[in-house]
Ligand binder design. Structure first.
Ligand code: PGA
Length: 341
């Protein structure tokens, strides 16, 4: 368990209530046994140039693999009744002794079930919200978008998640991008705002079948990455490795049973890592965990986990079965063995 770093002093105060609440609190967050949660620095210091603001250094070394702990998330999506959530929580708790210690694990229930899950799920599992709000039209040159509570019916803000001590939020899932029109830009703003409130984020990126077939996969995912990187302050980049997880989820593989091949996933993950090395920093590239998501299950996870740049999984359908989900978490050992760690 690590203590989150306190926020730095703010030089201006776009909100009052939230600021007071935050500065009053120095909370401790934990995730699994040893994942570092580093609170985002709330400084308004000099902004850097990731995401295209600085030209790539000419001597970028290719980063071959990550160094972060394996991380598996269960995305419960819009599923669950009180009874089924209770049962899933019980099954997950029963599996705790079997889950390898070398893996970080989080579960993403619906907002409605989140308080129950937070209260009843073993602390071996972190809880993760499935979304948080940011104002689309808000122009904040300092990228903190710090006024998102208020008249936004039906939405949940990062401030609220912080208040409930929910340590993680899933952002930019393709279902939100495609069904609810979330743009790269809004996802980037959401990431910045959630980081500002000390949340660790899991940012989903991925191409459609059409984009894969017309050869634009990397254009699409680099654009998605750039929208995130440009919103994170340089001073926050140092904590990116522990606090920003990238979930590569090709849309054509989500919920379709059509899992990407390990080679396809490895290719994309290593390009994501190289993009981070060139556009953010080599340290961030190494430390960032890159999950694969898309029809992962207890049978196919081991083959995927063998690849060096696959640092974990984001699991939808199979995460609703607690026993299967525990088995997927344990692909961590396959991964460490394959990469010699
Ligand atoms: P799936 O969903 O495992 O059911 O394909 C993954 C996701 O959407 O996160």
């Amino acid at each position: 368990m690590l203590t989150a770093a306190p926020p730095t002093t703010r030089t201006s105060s776009p909100t009052t209530t939230t600021t007071t609440t935050m500065s009053a609190r120095r909370r401790t967050m934990s995730m699994g046994s040893s994942c570092a949660f580093v609170r985002a620095t709330k400084s308004r210091g000099t902004r850097g140039s990731a995401g295209g603001r600085r030209s790539a250094p000419s001597t970028v070394r290719v980063v071959s693999e990550g160094t972060g702990r394996f991380i598996v998330g269960g995305n419960w999506k819009c599923n669950g009744t009180r009874a089924s959530v209770k049962e899933l929580v019980q099954t997950l708790n029963k599996n705790v002794p079997q889950i390898e210690k070398n893996c970080d694990v989080f579960c993403c229930p619906t907002f409605l079930h989140l308080p129950y899950v937070k209260e009843n799920l073993d602390s071996r599992f972190s809880v993760c919200a499935q979304n948080s709000w940011v104002e689309a039209d808000l122009v904040d040159p300092e990228h903190h978008y710090d006024s998102t509570t208020g008249a936004f019916t039906g939405e949940i803000s990062a401030e609220m998640l912080e208040d409930l001590e929910v340590p993680f939020v899933l952002l930019g899932h393709s279902e939100r991008r495609t069904l609810l029109g979330e743009t790269d830009e809004i996802v980037g703003k959401k990431v910045a705002h959630a980081r500002y409130h000390g949340l660790s984020v899991v940012v989903c990126i991925g191409e459609s079948l059409e984009e894969r077939e017309n050869g634009t996969t990397f254009d699409v995912i680099f654009k998605q990455l750039k929208a995130v990187a440009k919103e994170i302050d340089d001073r926050e980049h140092s904590s990116w490795g522990s606090s920003v997880v990238i979930a590569y989820e090709p849309i054509w593989a989500i919920g379709t049973g059509k899992v990407a091949t390990p080679e396809q996933v490895q290719e994309v993950h290593s390009k994501i890592r190289n993009w981070l090395a060139e556009n953010v920093s080599e340290d961030v590239a190494k430390a960032t965990r890159i999950q694969y998501g898309g029809s992962v299950n207890a049978s196919n996870c081991a083959d995927l986990a063998k690849l060096s740049d696959i640092d974990g999984f984001l699991v939808g359908g199979a995460s609703l079965n607690g026993d299967d989900f525990a088995a997927i978490c344990n692909a961590s050992s396959v991964h460490y063995k394959a990469v010699g760690r």
